[in-house]
Unconditional design. Structure first.
Length: 263
């Protein structure tokens, strides 16, 4: 039997958000190599006869190198197995899908991409935030606060001045740095922002604030995602908006006032 590798998106966490094709492949797979952030409920869908290996990375700690993951995929498929490379969200968005495709092509191994609901869409839906809205934003920018080792950090000036909704994957814990960087590029300190942690799961947490107060946001459990833009305000209830503005209005006003020259 000819082996094959399926790069499968597990979605943001809720097993009911899996595609039918992804669920079918999990039931029929001979081997599953999964990311650390794939939810236990989704892993329970894997066939009992399949070999399962966690090849994920958490908080920058690498238990297995990417080259080793590539080797496992090629070796298992070359032995005739049906291999599911299961990735949180969508395999082609910040999931190293491109690197793994290159390795499979180089080894002449058959593969197929099965898209999943990326974390941005899952988190926005869970928080009732429209990522685009004709009244506020006609574009969305996906960016990660963590880049590959040979790349620089995110170019905040370029993304902030685009006028698009910003969806920041892997924002880390230093929200203050992101806040200062975005404000320094000219983005208003009153811009609504939201942190969504463990989106679409029973442990989901949402914290709404403004860019000015982002540095004081609580530390929410990983995986977390940050959305910045006027659309965040459209997704907030009247009570939430009132709380945000009443709490920070004086400080926000002061932050927006131009500096007064000394006589």
């Amino acid at each position: 039997m000819t082996g094959k590798v399926y790069l499968v998106g597990a979605g943001p966490g809720d097993p009911e958000l899996l595609t039918l094709k992804a669920a079918r492949l999990l039931r029929r797979a001979d081997a599953v190599l999964h990311d650390d952030l794939v939810s236990p409920e989704i892993l329970q869908l894997i066939s009992a006869s399949a070999s399962i290996q966690n090849v994920g990375k958490r908080c920058g700690t690498k238990t297995i190198r990417q080259e080793e993951i590539n080797f496992l995929m090629v070796t298992l498929a070359s032995a005739g197995q049906q291999v599911v490379r299961l990735k949180s969200g969508d395999p082609m968005i910040f999931g190293r899908g491109g690197e793994e495709i290159e390795a499979l092509r180089a080894a002449d191994v058959a593969y197929e991409i099965v898209p999943g609901i990326t974390s941005a869409l899952g988190a926005a839906a869970a928080a009732e935030i429209p990522l685009t809205d004709r009244r506020a934003s006609s574009a969305v920018v996906f960016v990660t606060a963590h880049q590959a080792a040979h790349n620089e950090r995110a170019d905040w000036a370029r993304v902030a001045t685009s006028g698009a909704t910003l969806v920041i994957y892997m924002p880390g814990k230093d929200y203050g740095e992101i806040s200062r960087s975005l404000i320094s590029t000219g983005l208003s300190s009153t811009t609504p922002s939201a942190i969504i942690a463990r989106a679409t799961t029973a442990n989901q947490k949402i914290h709404r604030t403004t860019l000015w107060k982002l540095a004081e946001a609580p530390s929410l459990p990983a995986p977390a995602l940050l959305i910045v833009g006027q659309v965040v305000g459209l997704g907030a209830s009247c009570e939430e908006l009132s709380l945000i503005w009443n709490t920070h209005s004086d400080e926000l006003l002061q932050a927006e006032l131009p500096a007064t020259a000394t006589p």
